[in-house]
Ligand binder design. Structure first.
Ligand code: DAH
Length: 348
């Protein structure tokens, strides 16, 4: 009987160690210590043991019962503390659970910075429709139908789209706007009298998709119209803005270029922030990064807005928002910005 007791004790202690669930622990306790439990049954048989052995066996049996009960109690406390919910048990010394906090997308951060910089130069923010018509996206900007400049602005047309009322007459077909120039030049000019300084931002769409182009992207356009605006004002404005946005002492250069809505027109570049202008793969060895287009507003655009181009002069410029964000954060693939992968986004 002595061996039987020892064996039973070892077995139950082993089993207690393995149990992870308080409910199962309760069942096990019943199985051994309950009224019909295995240990209880053996204890009941002690009275049948011979009189001389009875005190020794009895003592051992009691000790074993005490040990087993204690093991059950200890295991119960251990499991309960682990499974206890906070309303029953609060340990003020445990470190708190930090709630996950979101932050602005790098594009939104860049947009807000752009607004801040231009607001400090007295520019007023205006928005416009993403579904634009042919007139404001092209014609009013001196890009008539069949003009070759439309090739680079292939977009998504909504001709005959269900639920979209087709605009008629001079406004032409509906399309997803290809730039934000349509908001600043003509749309807003029509509504306001000069002198004006306005900035327009928003999503734009083109039939493009590669490492540096996405079908949807963001643009920023600005115009300033007054009596004596010159190209020098445009240069000074862009130089200041680029330094503020990229937070680096970049140089800005202007290259003669063609945009139908400005004359003269130029593209502007900044010194490559990756290599400091020495030449690297990002700037394709040139030391410069192309940022956008600019120029003096074309008389035909002034005419479309019913401004007297003899009395008023203005400059215009436009650039993508993704590019400065990529340059600033050294992001090599534009598509990463729109994949919504938190492992990427949480770095900014
Ligand atoms: N809208 C042009 C584009 O998306 C960029 C641009 C060029 C904007 C010259 C301007 C400008 O305001 O003056 O390619």
């Amino acid at each position: 009987m002595k061996e039987q007791l020892e064996q039973l004790k070892n077995k139950v202690l082993e089993e207690i160690k393995k149990i992870q669930d308080p409910k199962l622990l309760g069942n096990l306790e019943k199985e051994y210590l309950g009224r019909k439990g295995k240990l209880t049954k053996i204890l009941r048989k002690i009275k049948d043991v011979s009189a001389e052995l009875r005190p020794v066996v009895g003592k051992l049996a009691n000790e074993i019962k005490k040990d087993v009960s204690a093991a059950f109690q200890e295991a119960e406390i251990k499991l309960k503390t682990r499974y206890q919910n906070s309303s029953e048990f609060f340990d003020p010394t445990l470190p708190g659970i930090v709630p996950p906090s979101g932050h602005l997308h790098p594009i939104t951060q860049m947009l807000e910075r752009i607004w801040e910089v231009f607001r400090s130069m007295n520019y007023d923010l205006v928005l416009g429709p993403e579904i634009e018509n042919d007139y404001y996206n092209f014609q009013a900007l001196n890009v008539p139908p069949d003009h070759p400049a439309r090739d680079m602005h292939d977009t998504f047309y909504l001709k005959g789209a269900r639920g979209v009322k087709r605009e008629r007459g001079k406004y032409g077909d509906l399309l997803l706007r290809t730039h934000t120039s349509s908001i600043s030049q003509v749309r807003t000019m029509e509504k306001r009298k000069p002198p004006i300084r306005i900035m327009a931002t928003g999503k734009c769409y083109r039939r493009d998709d590669d490492i540096s182009h996405t079908p949807m992207f963001h643009q920023f356009d600005g115009i300033a119209i007054d009596h004596n605006i010159t190209f020098a004002d445009l240069k000074g404005t862009l130089h200041y803005a680029m330094r503020e946005l990229l937070e680096e002492e970049v140089k800005v250069r202007f290259r003669i270029s063609y945009f139908p809505f400005v004359e003269p027109g130029a593209e502007f570049d900044v010194t490559c922030t990756i290599c400091g202008g020495r030449g690297c793969p990002t700037c394709k060895g040139t030391g410069w990064l192309e940022m956008g287009g600019c120029g003096i507003i074309h008389p035909n655009v002034m005419k479309a807005a019913k401004y007297d181009s003899k009395k008023w002069k203005g400059f215009a410029f436009g650039f993508g928002v993704e590019r400065p964000a990529m340059v600033k954060h050294r992001i090599s693939d534009i598509r990463a910005l729109f994949e919504n992968d938190l492992r990427f986004l949480n770095q900014f």
